[in-house]
Design a protein around this ligand. Structure first.
Ligand SMILES: CC(C)(COP(=O)(O)OP(=O)(O)OC[C@H]1O[C@@H](n2cnc3c(N)ncnc32)[C@H](O)[C@@H]1OP(=O)(O)O)[C@@H](O)C(=O)NCCC(=O)NCCS
Length: 182
């Protein structure tokens, strides 16, 4: 059970809180899984997994947000990650919503539920006028999450990561189109 102060967002089924070293085993099950990491060109090794936590903790310190651990409110288990990061997309500094879940918990609507709460937070608490999601052009599951969030495609660009050129689509949702913000 996390400290109450660590909980950043809560939905009907999920709790989002900061990632820490105690999440390493659950994080390995996501970041070291070849299938979950297809869009990132395959599984991370142990060093990359540990560096991931350090990078998120640095973002918490500098920005006040990053990808958070997603816990099931039922079991308390860490089943995924979802949150907000500062990114540079199509020439602009923007806020992106990101989501990565443990394969055992896919297809239950968790990604959309967690991401919706993050989009709302970006608009209401951070004052974002638009929230983005950058999706590799092969990642249909992620595109469908973005579409379920109400996002539309705003452009295309290429990323260069792990020695590979990856075409991406830039999805976004305007604050005015977030339910409750109209
Ligand atoms: C992307 C990801 C988070 C989606 O998780 P999920 O648990 O399936 O998402 P949800 O259950 O909330 O599903 C939302 C919608 O996405 C779509 N979807 C999910 N997986 C899909 C798949 N494999 N193929 C096509 N559509 C898919 C469905 O339309 C689904 O809605 P529905 O079940 O009501 O029809 C998950 O596949 C994942 O963790 N992938 C690896 C990490 C990753 O690539 N993250 C995105 C980086 S940009």
């Amino acid at each position: 059970m996390p400290e109450h102060s660590q909980v950043r967002l809560q939905t009907a089924r999920l709790r989002l809180r900061e990632l820490g070293d105690q999440d390493l085993p659950a994080l390995r099950a996501i970041l070291q899984d070849d299938e979950a990491m297809t869009a990132y060109e395959g599984a991370f090794d142990e060093r990359m997994t540990r560096d991931w936590i350090l990078r998120m903790r640095e973002r918490y310190r500098n920005d006040g947000y990053a990808l958070w651990a997603v816990e099931s409110r039922d079991s308390g288990a860490m089943i995924g990650q979802c949150g907000l990061t500062r990114q540079h997309i199509l020439g602009a500094d923007v806020i992106e919503v990101g989501y990565l879940f443990n394969r055992a918990h896919w297809h239950r609507g968790y990604a959309v539920e967690a991401a919706r709460a993050c989009v709302d937070y970006a608009v209401t608490a951070l004052g974002a006028d638009r929230v983005w999601a950058q999706v590799r052009d092969t990642n249909i599951a992620s595109m469908n999450v973005a579409i379920r969030l109400g996002m539309t495609v705003r452009g295309r660009f290429e990323k260069h990561y792990r020695g590979v050129t990856m075409p991406h689509l830039a999805f976004a949702l305007d604050a005015a189109d977030v339910p409750g913000e109209r």
